[in-house]
Design a protein around this ligand. Sequence first.
Ligand code: NI
Length: 183
Amino acid sequence: MAIQPIARMGAEILKRRAAEVADFKDPSLPVLVNDMIDTMMSVRGIGLAAPQISVSKRVVIFFVPADRNGGVEIPLTVMLNPVLAPTTQYRAEGWEACLSVPGLTGRVPRFTGLRYSYYDLKGQKHEVDAKDFHARVVQHECDHLDGILYPQRMADMTSLAFADVLSSEAAAAGKKLDLDPEG
Ligand code: NI
């Protein structure tokens, strides 16, 4: 276990374009990925990009719980050098939260359909079609590789809020609010 500190908004490492992985056999890669998994699990996140633990490489991990993907879980996926191509022009707004922007949540427009490709740790290429929440998670995580945090993607900043304030106001109104996991 090597849980690493998570860089927070304002850190230079989060503003930079991360470098491509040039050598899939680089022995530091599995170490990095294990650190990312340990770190993400320690804070119950659903995704993490290498720059969030201060490593400027194009490496992302994520998973999608079954209840957010029509009953089908997307298991923990490790992506090196991911490339995204929207398969729709339509963007839908949804709540997002980020481990690098702790405590806050906001509504972010994202493409609802996406084809993404990436290399795994064995250097094998994969191509996947994603929609809705799955597509949202991948867009959020891959934005980290280009120095973009979700508030920069928001169309309407009035929804930016502290998650605990939303929760307590919803509770006071007798409603249950399902807040999204952070990535
Ligand atoms: Ni994030």
